[in-house]
Write a protein that binds this ligand. Structure first.
Ligand SMILES: Nc1ncnc2c1ncn2[C@@H]1O[C@H](COP(=O)(O)OP(=O)(O)OP(=O)(O)O)[C@@H](O)[C@H]1O
Ligand SMILES: [Mg+2]
Length: 262
């Protein structure tokens, strides 16, 4: 199964500058991808396009080569395969209790309440939420909200998981737990795309990195190569510190390949 972006453009109604300009990308089964780039470069927008919350102004999002249909049936099909954990989990949680919130997705996909319960318990167990299922969602800590948002997506059994800066609010134990969940998903052939500003995490976890810059895909390739190219763009003090700690960039990167897909 593949998820594609074919020359996707997107502009928010109130904005004169497009948030995404001609993004062409293909995500294959089982890939661990880091999505990197400066604030406002279009990472969250790309994620919201991936599961049809936003619709391209031009171009197409495709699942196995077929353009997504934006009617109820088409969106249900897409969302049964593609899950997004929002950058701000508050926007994702709106039910009276964590249990209700986690069961919404499976019920919407047409699972019976018994099947939905099984999925919820499994996902809650994976995200260490079993003791919080009766809690109102507004009465969770930031990291607990992030875990609840992830569990809600896992309960839907996605083949593509887009996690928007999910690791930011997590303590080191939960972060390790989430990386284990990612590893299980990847071993199952799922694709995991993590938007992050944590370049060390991206370098150690991802095989591939996509670098967005002002709404364009500036580089797409092996994570170490893309992140080395990105590091060259960091402010001098920071990149100096980094360069003394790390090896020199590969010759291909210093030769300017960072301006084209890698
Ligand atoms: N709801 C919105 N309405 C109008 N403009 C928006 C909205 N959301 C984002 N934008 C704009 O779209 C562009 C891309 O934003 P986006 O949230 O995708 O960036 P990002 O790469 O996720 O940034 P960050 O690292 O800060 O999360 C930015 O210029 C941003 O100001
Ligand atoms: Mg964002």
């Amino acid at each position: 199964m593949t998820l594609g972006f074919s020359d996707v453009h997107f502009s928010y109604p109130a904005l004169s500058v497009p948030a995404l300009t001609g993004a062409t990308l293909r995500f294959a089964a089982g890939e661990a991808v880091a999505l990197v780039g400066r604030n406002g470069s279009g990472k969250s927008t790309l994620m919201l396009l991936a599961n049809g919350i936003l619709r391209p102004g031009q171009g197409a999002v495709t699942l196995d080569g077929q353009a997504v249909r934006y009617d109820r049936r088409g969106l249900l099909d897409l969302r049964s395969q593609v899950g997004v954990v929002f950058q701000n989990p508050e926007e994702q949680l709106f039910s009276a209790s964590v249990y209700q919130d986690l069961s919404l997705g499976p019920l919407n996909l047409g699972f019976s309440s018994v099947e939905a319960r099984e999925r919820v318990l499994h996902a809650a167990g994976r995200c260490d939420l079993l003791n919080l299922l009766d809690r109102p969602t507004h009465a969770l800590s930031g990291g607990e909200k992030a875990r609840a948002a992830l569990a809600g997506v896992l309960a839907m059994g996605p083949r593509f998981l887009f996690a928007d800066e999910l690791t930011n609010s997590l303590d080191p134990w939960m972060r390790a737990n989430v990386l284990e969940i990612f590893a299980d998903l990847l071993a199952d052939g799922c694709t995991v795309v993590l938007a992050t500003h944590d370049h060390a995490l991206a370098a150690s976890w991802a095989q591939r990195a996509v670098w967005l810059d002002a709404g364009r895909v500036r580089a797409d390739g092996p994570a170490d190569v893309v992140l080395t190219a990105l590091r060259q763009q960091l402010p001098p003090a920071f990149s100096h510190r980094r360069q003394t700690a790390d090896a020199r960039p590969p010759a291909a990167v210093s030769a300017g390949l960072n301006e084209v897909p890698l």
